[in-house]
Design a protein around this ligand. Structure first.
Ligand code: FEO
Length: 393
């Protein structure tokens, strides 16, 4: 494999992993992913920025086959999809030093047993001159781990942003384009970044002073229209929710499904965009994406034994972990002889700072009286959505 040139002396060594289907044994990857290393060649020194998942180390070394000398390996983030093959790189290049921040050094020592005398610590804002190529290190905490940082390459105006602004997308295209990146970026944001919305806002503010020409993330293609990409993150993380309701449901014998359909119909009649996701069919990433900009989340569940259906419980667990910006929550569903599905679900959502709208739990199959309760819930949602911006994509 040949490194692809971004600007003079700056190359991407993108390690595509087309047939990886799951990340962290948790996150579905419908588009695969990539681990992006970058090579920056100055007049005097050469730096490798990040490495690759050790499962694909062979591809990284194929890229490096023409590189005789490496002076630095900048490690932006200790998670193993980027750092895991650094020990192999250090073995191949015995003169190379890892450049990272103190927190990342601690994690590299813990996770990869990298010897401390192979690591140079850098402070936020510190620079490293490669000879006409100046690397400025920019701490970007919590996008994704506390030690995450980026690098600003001054002369070429390239921001190496690590996980931030990336996408789980294996692709042969060097640069992203508006159409092909939107869904993978939104999915990535939903699954990885959404819990850190407050940190994203702070980090976007920190990056505002840079006149960026290229954003080179650690996953997915390079962006050459940084304003548009940063605008997406601003919309998802900083702006308020949209006129959209997510109804995530599971139904065993059809009663919950009847309630869901009534609610969807009433909300759509009132002009609210509805994402109706049957948890039998839609995987976690799709549900997470729908949570990004919905103002209301309703979980539909039958009662299993005495609690919610496990798939509904998982949706609640997901919402609690991802902390979406929804302002309103509710539960609808059915039971045969009793149960505590609503109480159990509500107890699972302490992190979602939303108003709980009156739940509708009914016994057996709904009739007109039960549909009337759904209509009341729909009316409550509609009144609260007044004035919210349209649902977008
Ligand atoms: Fe792509 Fe947080 O590692």
């Amino acid at each position: 494999m040949k490194p692809a040139k971004i600007t003079e002396g700056v190359y991407t060594l993108r390690v595509n992993h087309f047939n990886r289907h799951l990340f962290d044994s948790l996150i579905p990857l419908p588009d695969g992913t990539s681990y992006n290393a970058y090579l920056v060649k100055g007049a005097e020194k050469t730096a490798l920025l990040d490495a690759a998942d050790p499962e694909k180390a062979g591809v990284l070394f194929d890229y490096l086959s023409g590189v005789e000398k490496l002076d630095y390996v900048v490690c932006h983030h200790a998670e193993q999809d980027h750092s895991g093959s650094i020990p192999l790189v250090l073995e191949r290049y015995p003169g190379a030093k890892v450049v990272t921040n103190p927190k990342c050094k601690e994690l590299l020592t813990a996770h990869l047993h990298i010897a401390s005398d192979r690591i140079i610590e850098v402070k936020d804002g510190e620079t490293l001159d490669l000879g006409g190529k100046t690397l400025e290190f920019v701490y970007l905490p919590w996008v994704h781990w506390p030690e995450t940082m980026g690098t600003w390459l001054r002369e070429d105006r390239v921001l190496f942003s690590c996980d931030f602004l990336g996408a789980h997308l294996a692709s042969g295209e060097l640069f992203s384009d508006e159409q092909s990146r939107y869904i993978p970026m939104k999915r990535y944001y939903a699954e990885i970044m959404m819990p850190f919305r407050a940190n994203i806002k702070t980090n976007l503010e920190k990056l505002a002073k840079y006149d960026i020409a290229f954003i080179a993330p650690s996953h997915g293609p390079v962006h050459r229209d940084p304003k548009a990409v940063i605008g997406l993150y601003h919309e998802w993380a900083v702006e308020g929710p949209r006129n959209k309701a997510l109804i995530a449901y599971v139904s065993m014998h059809g009663s919950t499904y009847m309630l869901v359909n009534r609610l969807v119909s009433r909300l759509q009649d009132a002009g609210i965009c509805v994402e109706k996701l049957n948890l039998d069919h839609f995987e976690e990433g799709r549900v997470a994406m729908a949570m990004v900009d919905a103002a209301t989340i309703v979980i539909g569940t039958p009662t299993v034994l005495t609690g919610p259906h496990p798939k509904a419980a998982y949706a609640a667990y997901l919402a609690n972990a991802l902390r979406p910006k929804a302002k309103y929550l509710s539960v609808i569903g059915s039971f045969g002889w009793g149960g505590r599905a609503v109480e159990n679900l509500a107890a699972m959502l302490p992190n979602v700072k939303a108003e709980i709208l009156p739940p509708v739990m009914i016994k057996g199959m709904p009739g007109e009286a039960e549909f009337a309760k759904i209509d009341e819930l729909a009316a409550a949602i509609v009144s609260r959505h007044a004035g919210l911006p349209g649902c977008g994509l």
